[in-house]
Design a protein around this ligand. Sequence first.
Ligand code: ZN
Ligand code: ZN
Ligand code: ZN
Ligand code: ZN
Ligand code: ZN
Ligand code: ZN
Ligand code: ZN
Length: 1767
Amino acid sequence: MMKDNSSEAMKSDGNPVAIWEAKFKKDTLVGRDFREYWKLHVPKIYAPDESTNFLHITYDDESTQKLLFDTLKQFICIDNPAEVLKHLKELTTPAALCGKVFRMGEATYSCRDCGQDPTCVLCRDCFKASAHQQHRYKMNQSVGGGYCDCGDREAWKDNFCCSIHEKNATGSGTSSLFKFPPEIVQRARAVFAAVLDYALEMLMHENTMGLPHDLRCPAEHDGDADDLLAGTEPFHTPLYVTMFYNDETHTFEQVIECLRRAVECSQRDAVDYATIIDRVGRSIVKCGDFQTCHRAKQVFETHSTRHSNRPYKVHVMHTHVVAHQTFAMRLLLWLKKLIEEVDGFRTLFGQIVTEPAADGPLLERVMKTDTQLWKLARNQWHLLLIQGMLMEHDSKKVFAKTFTRLYPNLMRDFMRDDHNHSDSVTSLSVQIYTVPTIAHMLITDEDCLSIVTRTFYDECINRRNTQGVLAFNPRSDNVAWRRISYCLNDLRYLLSVRPTQWTEQLRRGFLHGFTSILDVLAIMEGMDASVRQMGNHLEYDPEWQTAFTLFGKLSYVINHLVDWCSTDRQVLVKAYRALLRKLYGKLSPERVKPSAQLEAVGKTFRVVEFDMWQNAVSLHLPLTRMLAGLHLHLGGFGLTFNAFEFEMENRPTIQQIVETSLRAVILTTQVRAGMWRRNGTSLVSQVHFYSNVRIRAEIQDRDIQILQMAAALEDPDEFVMTLMLRYGIHHWLDPNFEDVMRRTPDVDGETATCFVQTVQEFTHNLEELILVLIHVFGERYQPGVGAVTKEDCLKKEIIQSLCIEPTPHSKLCKLVVAENHQELSIEQLADQVAEFKLPQHGTGKGVYELRPELYSDYNPFWYHYTREEQSRAEGAQRRRKRLAGEPPCLPPPLLPPFTPEFCNARNVAVCPAMLNVLLTVLRRSSDLHARVFSETMFQRTLFLIGMALNEEERGAAADPRHAFGFSRPAQQAGVVDALQQMVGNPRVSSHADLLTWVVAKLNRLLGRAAAATESSSGAAEDASSEQKRRREKAAARRARILGQMQAQQKKFIAQNVTALAEHEEEERLAGSSMDLSECAGPDEWPVCLGPRQTARPAAAAEYTCILCQATEQVSSTRPAMVMAAFVQLSTVLSRDRASQAPNPVLYVPSNLHRLPHTSSCGHAMHAACWQRHFENVCLRERRRALRLRHNLSYDVQKREFLCPLCQCLSNTVVPLVPARMVALDGDDRPAVDNINVWIKGLQLACAHTVVRVNEAAPGGAEPARVRCRSPGLKAVLKHMTQREGNQFRAQVQQGDRIAETPTSTREMMNTFAMVPCMIGLDAGVEFGDQRVALMSLQTCAYTLHTTEQLLRHTGRPLLAELGSRGDICLTQLTHVCATMLPVVAALETAQEACGRLLRLLLEPPADGPTVMRLDAFGLVVTLCSLVTALFVDHADDIPAPSGSLQDLQCVRLALVLHLVQVLLTMDVAELARQEPMETDGEPADQDEQQWLAELYTLVRSAAGIDVADVSPPLLRQYVINAITPFLRCCALYFHFLTGVRAPAELQQSLPLAEQYPHLLRYLGLDSLCVPQATDCHSVLQDLIFKWCQHPSIRPELSGSRGPLVKYPLSVNTLIQLPDDFSELINKVSDFTCPSSDGESRVPAMCLVCGELLCSQSYCCQVQVDPIGQIGACNAHLMRCGAGSGVMLRIRECRVHLLVNKVRGANVPPPYVDKFGEMDQGLQRGNPLTLWREQYVKLNRLWLSHGIPEEVTRHMEDSFSQTDWQNL
Ligand SMILES: [Zn+2]
Ligand SMILES: [Zn+2]
Ligand SMILES: [Zn+2]
Ligand SMILES: [Zn+2]
Ligand SMILES: [Zn+2]
Ligand SMILES: [Zn+2]
Ligand SMILES: [Zn+2]
């Protein structure tokens, strides 16, 4: 190896800048000198080794910067880089162009008023600072790669610059480079050149085994591959890596699987590798000696061959090569930044890359290497080119020229490439070809149009069939074809703006391109021709899509070409001639030759012989149709088809030209009439696309125009007869036709004839023939054909669409879409012809409704109607007329006049041949024996005559030169008489009114006024008698239908007893509640709690089983009944979503986080019936094929099922509990009421709890267990005085005795109780678990909390009926939870739980929770139930809480606790700042104020926190407000528990503050005061001290142990969304994937907490057993929403409901445009604003826990295959 001296020198010196300096001075500095330096340092810094983590490669950025980049800057700037760069920047005028390159998903804005075309876009900042905000703008999301066009004068018709870039727009135009010191320019030039050369060489360095020689480090030796494989490497072993490259042929899954095998990494790592490979384009997957890396490569190769795909691209590379490539990438980035910073360098960059060199200018070489690079390297170059060349007009021009010259090469490379278009340098075409001046320059100077077309054409010629026509093989790979089709986009860009001024060169360039395009069209002419199948069906449907896709792209180009031609006479003439010549070559005289003779109306015609039913017909005639396009513009320059300009030898006649179009038109009408059925769906689809709204302007419309051309230029008789001949129905004109037809017998049901066609076919063909003539005569909405403007045409389209039905904006746009950017005018025009009606009843969509006066413009035979639209429109119009009381006749509308060139086309309606046809139709109509007849045929004939009469009428009134006469010739031909004779003919009764209209008009025109009145009155009479007859008929029909309906109703009742039974049941329930209120005495104020409790009813309820229909009383002697219910874990009310703490079982936590919620549809069933039903469901599911199982809307594994009646999602049943025995009647109510004694007693019970330690069995697995038991009442009483004892006894021994519970009900109680426990704790639970009873109490409390909040949120009254469903659900839930204790828990368990709860409350242990952690209402529910068990001896004796005195004491205790919470958490400072209130006059209120003030001081000073002065009335008001929700919950609970009716005040919606006194009264509390609480040294006061002095209370109040719950509990809602949707878009444009730091393709927002997530992406998946990988949204919801929630996918504006990781549904997003329409997927791009009603709906759904049910309903209804798990 060669010794290298210079590197030695550098080592000794150490300062590279000095060396470069020296060489620069001597003028010997070359690129190699920089490389010498990089050679030393780059491998050290950037080379990976075995210890590198390839998923997160990091470098020492600081030293790198200093060593590698700062040195370059130092050299350029001679000394002081910062200073010099600053100076250079000052010399610079910053770019006038914004040029911000868009990231994927970033919002872009286009202006429909000012944008030159839709590709002109603005970035957010520019948009916000521009005038376009007030215009009609559109919002879109970038796919990445484009840049902001702000400041580009050519991109905008107006307001080309935003206020940010405005000041730069006035730049001098000369580059600031010329102001730079020459020496600096020289230095920069040296550096730039070296950097660019190096980067180019390194990035495409293909010898992966070693570096170019001048970069090899002397110490290292690179063996060749053979040596290395042989393992004969002697010295230091060099390191290698296995580099894996991205391609677009393998799927993500394939790559992951392959990586897992080859690299032996975890699934997670494989996913991360795959993510990097996808984003960057390659990744190192292995590092080691050569053999290791080579082995890995081999594994990849065998893996890919096994999967028969293309092989993966995997290289083994020397680590130093990798290092230099990394550095090269960074250098490009550095250079780009430098150019951005110092604008003058851009000019220098442009100079350097375009300088000629031995192997071509650098720019060319960069472009050519494009496809050899990996994704990120390409993008890096593209960004540099955009920044360096496209920001300035001059360099952009140079770039455009180079690009165009290389175009064929680049496209060919791209075709063979396996990356997406956006990753290819060819995608830059949109940046240059859409700039009008550049496009025109390229067409003029570079022959660009032809170059691009030829590139495409060269690919086409390989795909011709034997007839020389393009043909696509359905089985061949079409990727290359799809890629080459990008040429058509480029053509479209180039032509998008037509020139305002033509030069000779531009004409030449354009026409050269034009003829090239004709070559392309010529080989498309006649594609995919079909031959009618006679006997058998076509065996397989031929491929047809490709041709239409191709044409779809081409149609824009054709449209532009015609547009260009229309602006210059010279160009038009030359183009038309070229087209005629080309057509002549196509329509070779042999193929289209007038050879047949046809005689009619006394003339002989020579016509082209062609049998539609024998020969091939094609729908693809782009060449012919383009002629029509150009032809329409001839008139504008005073040219005609026969003008001398077009005289030439070999040109086709009009007869030849029309031939192919005629066939196509006939084919489509026949296919629609069902005459080509045997040709299968392919042909049907083709015909469908023939009139597809996007391309029909260049297909269907052109065909009609060609027919109109022919009708105007040819002999009209010949035209009509040719048409007859092509339809094969010329025999029909024969007067003896019907006789001949009649003589032929019926064979096999089909009428065989001596003709080829059947009667039916004759009829159809004749109908279609007349329709074609209607179109030829009447379709004049086309500039050039009729005297109309483009606007008139669009208006007509809109009118015809609105005649079908009132239409929303988006649908109208779809129906009427035309060329680009016309939506603007659609909106304006629609406003002219229609009224926009805003949405009603929250349906969202507003609709356009046609102005009434325009209905007369309705044309029932409009050629753009599909069959279906035609009949819908006709139906709608007839209905409208009937409702308005008008005759239902739909006469032809007035037409605009033809242009002079097309005037003669009118003659087809009046030529002898046509009159003959009309006459024959009419005569045969009156001949009842004639079989070729249909009402449709008759209607169309009348319509055609009507149009002709309209034309005559208008002509007479207007210009006499263009007069048109129909009535006279028709009269002479006998048509008028034939018409008269049809009047009153029953065969045509359904069109009698149109006939009347036609006859009247005819008579008027013929001047037969007298006759007219006579006959028309006769006709009117006829018509009126006809109407009468029809009315009678209609009445008869109505009666018949009514009869049918009644019969059906009976049947329905028989089948749906269930539903009706339910209805009756509801009625009965309503009745029974009436009884309730009566028995309680309506005058008395109801009290539900305590000694003054109002008498309660104990009526047994009756229900009908929805399964067996039997009605059953719920009692202890009857079979048990249940209702379906659904328990879900919920965080809806959570005050602390982040909490990870396990759920306490003993009490309801005050943060209400992750609690079980229970809901029910309230449908009752026998327990036994339900069990049978559920077993059946399980059985059915087991039988279902395994693969279908996961998509199910419910999961039997989780015991889920649907309510058999209402299909409501359920997972358990709530047993219906028999009515209870009322324990007390009014007389022996206890007089004692002393909370102190009660608490003291309970404290004593705690203190004397019997503790028993179960000795662990020796060697047993069970540890020793401590068991606690109640000491019994006697033991407590022993420690009390007699008096106290009596008082205590009176207060505890109360409650309803539970009626004996039947076994089946007990079973159901156990079944139910397990579910809240399993779901609440998210764990398996054994039968008899002690937590079961506690968790069912929690679900009861939580469900009531939810109800209270929901009622509060919706503003509904607290105790008004919730509807039978809600009432029955809550009643049963509270009942079952209150009575189940003795069933689901052993006495010992119950007592132990009670003891533990009491200790927690009364003797709070220092390491236990403080009172702040307890939910006060939860405490009421739990305590009331448990405390009853304390002093009983047997489980069956446990009474149920019933609103007894003891329950009242529980409520008081909880109230005091809650007051403590409120007083401790109140913001004293805030309250002290408020104006003191007037003291209230009421003495009771004053007592409360007094008492509260005392309590306030007591509590806060006990806790040792701020006791500021607060005015007592303010304090009272604050407290009342804070505790009202608690009181409301209590009222709900005792209302449902006791059934005591609610006072009227609580059945109304009162403001919260006003409810307070009523709540107190209803709860049996006289006032807020619990006087003993502030009594000195009372038991209660001691207790309050204990609570407040808990060691944890201070840290908790300071918020250091999680968020503090404040009161009143506010209602949680979904997050606030901004009104303007683009705000959201912009918010997420900065969001990056949290796990890969890359872009997040599908950012989604949790609407519950607002967190952004990277959805539907491998990078953020989480492994969850047993489901597998789940997406980020589902993973987030496990934490945030206990599994279910609402997600907004921002880029697409979609809302998903997700449940349980595997289920989901789409619901309407809460954003709409100004037309009231949603835009899911942002297809239309109209600005969107928040749709509040929808968001409120969504919020309510969430708040009412309805998401799982909603999702189930959606999944039941739809067959969507969305893999919700991945979201
Ligand atoms: Zn911008
Ligand atoms: Zn701007
Ligand atoms: Zn604008
Ligand atoms: Zn039943
Ligand atoms: Zn139901
Ligand atoms: Zn991600
Ligand atoms: Zn969330």
